[in-house]
Each structure stands twice: as C-alpha cells, then as structure tokens.
Design a protein around this ligand. Structure first.
Ligand SMILES: [Zn+2]
Length: 164
C-alpha cells in the first residue's frame, strides 16, 4: 500500500471529523437560534477530536478509522491490545485507551480472526491541520509491532524545521 494513499485517506477522515463537528454545531444553532458556547460544544460533541487515525489491515486489504478523546474501557479492547497497554499510563493525564490509533487498531483486530498487530499499517494526523503525528509513549508500547508511517514523516518534518 502506497504511503501517500494512506496519508490521503487519513486526511479525508480528518476532514470528515471536522465536518461532523460543524454539523453538530449547526444542528444546535437550528434548534436554539444561536451558536453553542464552548461548554455547550463539549456537551454536544461539537469540537473535532484532536487526533484522527487510519489503520490499514494489509492482509484483509481494509481500512479502519477512529478519532481520539473518549476512552472506551480497557476491558472492551481486543485482548492483543489490552495485554500490551501500559499500566500505569506513560503519558501524564492521558490514558492508553483514549488514542485514535488504538481505537482504530481495535476495530481492525476485531474484524478478522487471527489478525495480528504486525498486519497493521497506521497513519495519524492532527485533525486540525492534518499534519503527521508521532505516536505517544503509550502507543509506542501498545502498537510496537505495527508499521506507523506517520512516525517517520513527523520526525522527518521536525528535522527539516531544525535545518531551516
Ligand atoms: Zn497514543
């Protein structure tokens, strides 16, 4: 699978997430005749998730997407992820369950018997500006065996910034 195609697809998913948030706010506005406050936006899920991830299962030739934020319970995750998730979290104030890439990987692993983490290729962007993001310390452990193309892209981008 071409990396550019994966990046294009995760950016499409980020755009869809931004649109979803706009739609929620417009729904509110139609109902109440005014724009929602920041607090109300939180309540109606009217803010886009910070991160958007795409997971490609290379053996099934299928894509799965997810966004960060709300953390499902650890128990609800596929056992391959559950047993690898750091406990306690390696990121202060952020649980391993809340990341977009683990939630997308969970969908992929649950959709095919015998799917392995090493079958997965992952791309994650910041939803807002769609730039590639490096995995957090939790995901580096939980998804160690996956190929994460945006880790390298983001590191390359940081190097370029330093050179300029
Ligand atoms: Zn993470």
């Amino acid at each position: 699978m071409d990396r550019e195609i994966l990046l294009e697809k995760v950016r499409e998913a980020a755009k869809a997430e931004k649109q979803r948030a706009i739609d929620e706010c417009e729904k509110f506005e139609r109902q109440y005749g005014r724009k929602p406050s920041k607090k109300e936006k939180n309540k109606i899920n009217g803010l886009p998730a910070r991160m958007t991830s795409l997971v490609f299962d290379k053996k099934a030739d299928k894509f799965y997407t997810a966004t960060s934020g709300r953390a499902p319970s650890r128990e609800s995750f596929n056992s391959l992820l559950k047993e690898r998730m750091p406990n306690p979290s390696l990121e202060s104030g952020r649980d391993p369950e809340s990341c977009a890439e683990v939630q997308a990987a969970d969908k992929a692993l649950n959709c095919r018997d015998n799917a392995r983490i090493s079958d997965l290729i992952i791309a994650t962007v910041l939803t807002g500006d769609e730039t590639p993001q490096v995995r957090c310390e939790n995901c580096k452990v939980t998804l160690r065996e996956a190929l994460v193309i945006t880790d390298e892209m983001a590191e390359q981008e940081m190097k370029n910034v330093q050179i300029q």
